[in-house]
Design a protein around this ligand. Structure first.
Ligand code: ZN
Ligand code: ZN
Length: 181
């Protein structure tokens, strides 16, 4: 099953780079009202040539078009990708940082890596989870404090009888000391 999944994502219609091109157009247009190939190149610190190549593909696939001034703009489809990508990044970032206690910058980097890959169902479920977790409910606070005090160890140090792990131990013990946040 995983073989099919990774292959599908290798051939993902929208690469991470393409997603950032779309984000860039959106940001530039909201800041200055227009986005040209040269603006995107500057914004992403890449060459105009590679932006042009990316734009050709994004136009063919219906994510980008030109406005009446021949400036680049997102289509409805492109805008949807941008909104979903930004929402996913923010939710994952909050989860990694505020729930799991990762360093803010590290959380931002990991969130950026997966922002265009996670399904909207996964994001929706994560949002519901965070809503409860970050609520003022005493059970949520109690859970968070239990979590913060917890240091993972495979039960009895035996992966075979451990209630959590399967064939492989889920935790590399050397990585399992959670830092203060
Ligand atoms: Zn990213
Ligand atoms: Zn275990």
């Amino acid at each position: 099953m995983f073989e099919e999944v990774w292959r599908a994502y290798e051939e993902n219609e929208l690469s991470h780079s393409a997603a950032h091109h779309l984000l860039s157009i959106h940001e530039l247009r909201s800041q200055s009202g227009y986005a040209r190939v040269s603006d995107i190149a500057k914004h992403l610190s890449i060459t105009k040539g590679s932006v042009s190549t990316a734009m050709k593909l994004l136009k063919e696939r219906g994510y980008v078009q030109e406005d009446h001034n021949k400036f680049l703009e997102l289509t409805e489809k492109g805008l949807k990708v941008v909104q979903e990508t930004e929402a996913t990044r923010l939710v994952v970032q909050r989860f990694l940082c505020n729930a799991l206690g990762m360093d803010e910058d590290d959380a931002m980097i990991d969130a950026c890596k997966v922002e265009h890959l996670i399904s909207s169902e996964a994001r929706a479920r994560l949002v519901c989870f965070l809503q409860i977790l970050f609520s003022d409910k005493p059970q949520a606070r109690e859970f968070m404090s239990m979590f913060n005090d917890n240091v993972f160890s495979c039960q009895d140090g035996n992966v075979e009888t451990c209630q959590l792990c399967d064939d492989v131990c889920y935790g590399d013990p050397s990585q399992m000391v959670l830092g203060e946040n």
